[in-house]
Design a protein. Structure first.
Length: 515
């Protein structure tokens, strides 16, 4: 079966002339000669179009891979990335019989015993799952009420297909890395591994439900963003049930205007939501294209964003967030030397890189876009030039930032659609400056000390004994071979730190005793 699938892949790739992608740049002269021979075939369509058509012909997994690859213009030429971005999940819905079979396999009972009603006609169909509307009965004490829900159902038998195709993709990536002159820098196997992780996350709808629940908790009480409630008693690995939301897709601007939504305000708040998720929470919805965003238009929640489809989320560490904020602020302030030095300090570029050369390269890319409205800026072109700079200076690709880059492009597209004259930088700068102040200001330091107080209180009783043992070791004769003066200073600082901890905790505990 796998051999047959592999033969089909090779046939489709040859038909679309995709062999030239690898062979023309191969380091082996024989392979280059074969590439020229095969490349002599005439193709009416552009190479990006041919690649897109090949992925569409090979089915859902390859379509999804093309979508992920379209977000990596650091790895593939921009003309190809732009064409792959046109890939959509135009996948035919699977029939009612398969939906019923999937639901009964998940719940171990007939669908009519699980849902009060179920609409067998899907409202959306994608490569991995499709969505139906239904109602459920929720009991509260002696009474029960009917709730409208959206039910997401995985395609039946999708996992074996995905596993087989992923194995073949990994094999093809290995060949690209081995035979292509630029294979090592493009890291094709890492890209497939990254795709593997995203796709497996989407196959577990319990994980998606947990992502939704976390985002809902992060924005609890917010007037900016609303996330649907997850109905956990109805969720399984292959089925996710959540609150049905009545909202208007964000790209239906005429309907939003008719409802009285302030479109320019909506654009600004979209930017604020993005930066709030990234910098405040370090946990962000990483698939924020217009198809996954809607806006509430009822009077009580007019203009509030609604999120959907939580299969892909991104996370950032505290260090990632601080580093990104410093870089963003340096960009906003046009401090290109700080941007260059931060890249060197972080190890993203080789240590011998000259700061002034990197500074000049970054300036040449970023300076033209300042003081210009979003309508006059092509972030695609900006990113292309930045990636050209990254190649020149051997900047290493940071996997944890790939989803962030993809999401930023989604936010740009949304902002351009809502308000072409939105100044993305001016909207984001005050938020980032406040966030940095909150991170390094006195209040932030004090808050972290309070948070660490329980851990410090458990460690403090041991400090006198540790200090005493350290001082006793200092009093012992020191061997004449090596004199380590650092240890003495370390012990002294340990004593000072212990005293400071006692003083700080004293200020926390004394009011409790006084009460």
């Amino acid at each position: 079966m796998r051999l047959f699938r592999f033969a089909k892949i090779v046939s489709v790739f040859y038909k679309q002339g995709l062999d030239e992608f690898v062979l023309l740049d191969a380091p082996n002269p024989l392979l280059r000669g074969l590439g020229k021979l095969l490349g002599s075939r005439k193709h009416v369509q552009h190479r990006g179009v041919r690649l897109r058509l090949a992925l569409e012909a090979l089915g859902p997994v390859f379509v999804k891979f093309g979508q992920v690859l379209s977000t990596r213009p650091d790895l593939i030429p921009m003309d190809i990335a732009s064409e792959l971005s046109l890939l959509q999940d135009r996948v035919p819905a699977f029939p009612e019989a398969d939906v019923r079979k999937a639901l009964e396999a998940a719940y171990k009972r007939p669908t009519e015993q699980v849902f009060a009603s179920f609409d067998w006609k899907p409202i959306a169909s994608a490569s991995v799952a499709q969505v139906h509307f239904a109602t459920i009965q929720i009991k509260t004490g002696d009474t029960s009420e009917e709730r409208e829900v959206a039910v997401k159902v995985l395609r039946p038998d999708i996992k074996p297909v995905i596993e087989s195709d992923l194995a073949l993709l990994s094999l093809l990536a290995g060949w690209v890395e081995k035979f292509s002159a630029d294979g090592r820098r493009l890291k094709p196997r890492e890209v497939v591994s990254e795709f593997n992780k995203y796709l497996h996350d989407e196959l577990d709808l319990i994980k998606e439900a947990a992502n939704c629940s976390q985002l809902r908790r992060n924005f609890s009480g917010s007037t900016l963003l609303y996330m649907p409630e997850v109905h956990w008693d109805w969720c399984e690995q292959s089925v996710m049930v959540m609150e049905r939301l009545h909202a208007t897709p964000v790209n239906q601007l005429d309907k939003l205007r008719e409802a009285g939504v302030d479109i320019k305000k909506l654009a600004r708040e979209g930017v604020e939501i993005f930066f709030t998720q990234v910098f405040r929470d370090g946990f962000f919805h990483a698939d924020m294209h217009p198809g996954n965003i809607a806006v509430r238009t009822d009077p009580a929640h007019l203009g509030q964003y609604v999120g959907m489809d939580f299969g892909i989320v991104g996370t950032l560490t505290d260090n990632d967030r601080r580093y990104l904020a410093e870089n963003f602020l340096a960009f906003f302030r046009r401090d290109y030397r700080r941007v260059a030095s931060a890249h060197i300090e972080s190890g993203w570029v080789p240590p011998g890189t000259r700061v002034d050369e990197l500074e000049n390269a970054v300036r040449s890319v970023c300076e033209p876009i300042f003081d210009r409205p979003l309508a006059d800026i092509s972030f695609g072109k900006v990113l292309l030039r930045l990636f050209q700079v990254s190649r020149r200076f051997n900047v290493e690709i940071q996997p944890q930032l790939v989803l962030l880059q993809k999401t930023l492009l989604n936010v740009e597209g949304l902002g351009r659609q809502l308000d072409p004259y939105l100044d993305l930088w001016a909207t984001a700068q005050p938020f980032l400056e406040k966030w940095m102040k909150d991170q390094i200001g006195p209040e932030a330091v004090w808050q972290r000390l309070i948070e660490q107080a329980p851990y410090l209180s458990s460690a403090l009783p041991q400090l006198p004994r540790l200090i005493h043992q350290s001082l006793e070791r200092r009093a012992e004769p020191v061997a004449p071979v090596v004199v380590n003066t650092t240890t003495g200073w370390t012990n002294a600082w340990l004593a000072i730190i212990a005293f400071c901890m006692l003083a700080i905790l004293g200020t926390l505990w004394i009011p409790l005793f006084l009460d």
